[in-house]
Design a protein around this ligand. Sequence first.
Ligand code: ATP
Length: 256
Amino acid sequence: MKLSFNNIAKNFSDLQVVEQFSSEMQTGELVALVGPSGCGKSTLLHIAAGLEKPSGGSILADGQPVAGPHPERMLMFQENALYPWLTLVGNVALALEFQKVGKAQARQQAVDWLAKVKLQGFEEYYPHQVSGGMRQRAALARAFVSQPKVLLLDEPFGALDALTRMTLQDALRDLIHEVRPTVLLVTHDVDEALFLADRIVVFSPRPAMVLKEFHLDRHAKTHDLSEFAAMRREILCLLGIHAEHEDVKPLEGVEA
Ligand SMILES: Nc1ncnc2c1ncn2[C@@H]1O[C@H](COP(=O)(O)OP(=O)(O)OP(=O)(O)O)[C@@H](O)[C@H]1O
């Protein structure tokens, strides 16, 4: 599904959050939105989800105005997105039951998708009985089970430790490869954007304006992002972060 943001502006009372944002996300494209905290990235996701109305401009999904939330445009948050009173399989099946899929069929599909995110054997566990990474795996299964055409990810792995985050990024890549939704990813993690995205949009502080877009080759990327070092440095620089301080320096006396 193609998403078109046409001259989007958004303000909350006197607060101008987004100014003149225009961009087209092609079917199956993964676009990462990065920018300073509070610049309006989540607001753009909410507009795409149909949860917020723009103050100016229009948002189209396959040429049709977005009038409100729709299951084909799925929003996934950072953490605690699962219902604590339902098991993992119950949480995933519920996404289908909302769409009027029969209970038995919903459950079978939920079991299948939990297996795809390596949670077989944990179907009957409650969210508090599994780790944060496992909860986010289940949340991924729930986001993908109804095979959405657009996936809106708001810092999906922001609460996880670095190692768990990387395994979840791999899982997300596999699911995207299978379902091929159009994805808008809000992240503070530049490496996550470099690993997952086809395109990275870097925003200014509020009101959000596009500072620069980066196009990445779609090929089998690994977590070794050394080939993107120059791009990483430029993005960090645009965000006002001194990249040279970020780099790991060899310890004294150790040859680089
Ligand atoms: N419903 C709302 N009512 C009033 N103000 C809001 C609302 N939603 C967001 N804002 C304000 O809009 C600004 C942008 O918020 P938004 O969550 O889009 O930023 P962000 O770039 O996603 O931030 P972060 O990276 O910290 O999550 C903030 O100042 C926020 O307080």
